[in-house]
Design a protein around this ligand. Structure first.
Ligand SMILES: Cc1cc2nc3c(=O)[nH]c(=O)nc-3n(C[C@H](O)[C@H](O)[C@H](O)COP(=O)(O)O)c2cc1C
Length: 329
């Protein structure tokens, strides 16, 4: 039986415990997506304690930008700022990752100055612009944008890259039957809907080699009528493992990461538990975890191998340090 404060070794990396700072957008980037001093200070404080700290979703291309002050990884000129961030976080003892993302239809013409793109011309289920359908060559181009972004993260000195495939952003728009109405090889069957995320994972793995940790945040259940189901989510997790993912970060909810109808401690831990029973790579669970006791219990009960604590950690930057103290006494 594992416990929250047990170490976890993944490849050459030793995570000092099973606490994860999950990616959470701060809007502390500059207008061009550069790292700012405020952003560095935010992450220094929250890298004290957790085994793994994941920097918020960062846009792989200007067409995939979600918001004005989002962090960016779309150009080599951003690497020096990212290097300062990596160095500052790793000094605190966390394994450090950056989540890379393309917002697809969840962008807006106000932010990107053009019509957002998506698998099909279907607006996001909770409203937004009608997007433009991507051509096959554009899909292949976005695969390469993810590869280039991942390479920048690693060149900046981070230990790990997380590909964002949850919360209704572009990759989730492909996996979900609600937003993917394509009739070509990227739409229809589950194998077709997952082709684009799998192409990204395989190409990133090829490019970065085996030394770097590759994480994937999977929306394992859309939690919407007609959307991706957990049965399909588990199947996708198995395919991601075969494609070379080292750690599966399991979330859900097509429309948002923590919608107000999802409440209570551990609201997505049934998803990580289901995935954990089907794969052999470590699995991160998340959702409404706020106390050290509950986080430890979740690990002991085998709901996940690692527990991510979002809003509680945002509110209290010392959450992990306090938890370590609590559980050590
Ligand atoms: C302010 C805020 C920003 C978030 N930004 C991201 C993000 O950039 N990427 C992501 O995958 N999830 C994001 N999330 C979701 C969190 O990572 C987490 O999965 C969610 O808050 C549920 O965990 P919690 O109940 O412990 O807060 C965000 C959540 C919040 C509250």
């Amino acid at each position: 039986m594992s416990r929250l404060l047990d170490k976890l070794t993944v490849k050459d990396f030793v995570l000092r415990n099973r606490i994860v700072l999950p990616p959470m957008a701060t809007e502390l980037g500059s207008g061009k997506g550069e790292v700012t001093e405020g952003l560095i200070q935010h992450y220094i404080r929250r890298s004290r304690g957790p085994g793994l700290a994941i920097v918020e979703h960062s846009y792989v291309s200007t067409g995939g930008r979600r918001s004005e002050n989002q962090l960016g990884v779309y150009d080599d000129s951003l690497i020096p700022g990212l290097s300062s961030l990596a160095e500052a976080m790793k000094k605190q003892g966390s394994v450090a990752a950056v989540q890379i993302n393309h917002a697809g239809s969840k962008s807006s013409s106000d932010v990107i100055g053009a019509q957002p793109v998506a698998p099909s011309p279907v607006p996001p289920p909770r409203g937004g612009d009608v997007p433009r359908e991507l051509s096959v060559s554009e899909i292949e181009e976005i695969v390469e944008q993810f590869v280039a972004a991942a390479s920048r993260v690693v060149r900046a000195g981070f230990d790990a890259v997380e590909v964002h495939g949850a919360h209704g952003f572009l990759l989730n728009q492909f996996t979900s039957p609600l937003t993917n109405k394509r009739t070509d090889r990227y739409g229809g069957s589950l194998e077709n809907r997952v082709r684009f995320p799998l192409d990204i994972v395989r190409r990133v793995r090829d490019e970065l080699g085996e030394k770097v940790l590759l994480l994937f945040r999977l929306g394992a259940d859309d939690k919407m009528e007609g959307g991706l189901t957990l049965i399909e989510g588990v199947r996708i997790a198995e395919m991601l493992e075969s494609a070379g993912v080292d750690i599966l970060d399991i979330s859900g909810g097509h429309c948002g990461s923590a919608p107000d109808w999802l409440k209570g401690p551990g609201f997505f831990l049934h998803l990580s538990e289901a995935v954990k029973s089907a794969v052999s790579v470590p699995v991160i669970g998340v959702g409404g975890v706020t106390t050290s006791e509950f986080a430890d219990l979740s690990i002991r009960q085998g709901k996940a191998d690692l527990v991510a604590v979002g809003r509680a950690f945002l509110k209290d930057p010392d959450w992990a340090l306090k938890t370590i103290k609590d559980l050590s006494s």
